[in-house]
Design a protein around this ligand. Structure first.
Ligand SMILES: [Cu+2]
Length: 234
């Protein structure tokens, strides 16, 4: 085999393998963005701890609005309002864990595909409970000693608040996603959505304290489309 033929053969194999490995994932453009606070950052609040201080500490930082120095919002969820027909982004994990550490849910916000499962953990050497009254999914109210894993499957898309009756400040959020074009912002408020074909879309962003906003965008191909989503302070 000549060197040229060997190269062409190699390219053919790579093309075939690449094509076969990702048959249902959309190619095309991507969205890179950030969710930022519009307006003055509210003062950091402290939450008093009145029980179980030997594990929980004396006070907690309120984590219902976590901002980077540049105003980026952590733990916001961003998604395409209507996913492109017949397309799938990188799959969301089918199983995700949410722990309870020093009397806080960690991570505080998780995204799971509809039909997926959350393994709720308790790393604290005390008793917690998991309490939630969703709208579309079954309610749960489960006692959780240290080390017990409680696995819950969420069939219906919705945003669900989870609390602990023993520690009133504890808040966790489960976002059950109807499709895979969902992203969670990092500590800088940044997110990315890949495999979005060129076109017009509506992006939505949700944050537990600030609510939901929408923004129309045009995605190009192949350059990433950059977007800044501003959530008004309240
Ligand atoms: Cu608790």
């Amino acid at each position: 085999m000549t060197a040229l033929r060997a190269v062409l053969f190699g390219i053919t194999i790579v093309t075939l393998v690449t094509g076969l490995a990702t048959p249902r994932v959309a190619s095309g453009g991507s969205i890179k963005g950030a969710v930022v606070l519009k307006g003055a950052a509210p003062e950091l609040r402290k939450l008093a701890v009145t029980i179980d201080q030997y594990v929980c500490g004396k006070e907690k930082n309120a984590e219902d609005l976590l901002l980077s120095p540049q105003g980026g919002i952590r733990n916001a969820v961003v998604w395409l309002d209507k996913p492109p027909a017949g397309m799938t982004a990188e799959a969301l994990p089918a199983v995700t864990a949410m722990d309870q550490r020093e009397c806080m849910f960690a991570p505080r916000v998780v995204v799971v595909a509809a039909g997926g499962r959350i393994d709720f953990l308790n790393s604290d050497r005390l008793l917690h409970n998991l309490h939630s009254t969703p709208n579309a999914n079954p309610p749960f109210n489960r006692t959780q000693p240290k080390g017990r894993t409680i696995a819950i499957t969420f069939a219906q898309p919705e945003i669900i608040r989870v609390t602990c009756d023993l520690h009133s400040w504890m808040r966790g959020w489960v976002v059950v996603a109807p499709h895979s074009f969902y992203a969670l912002t990092n500590t800088e408020g940044q997110f990315s959505l890949r495999g979005v074909p060129a076109g017009r879309y509506t992006l939505r962003a949700w944050q537990e304290r600030l609510g939901t906003i929408s923004q129309d965008i045009v995605v190009g191909d192949p350059e990433p489309t950059t977007v800044t989503l501003e959530m008004p302070a309240r």
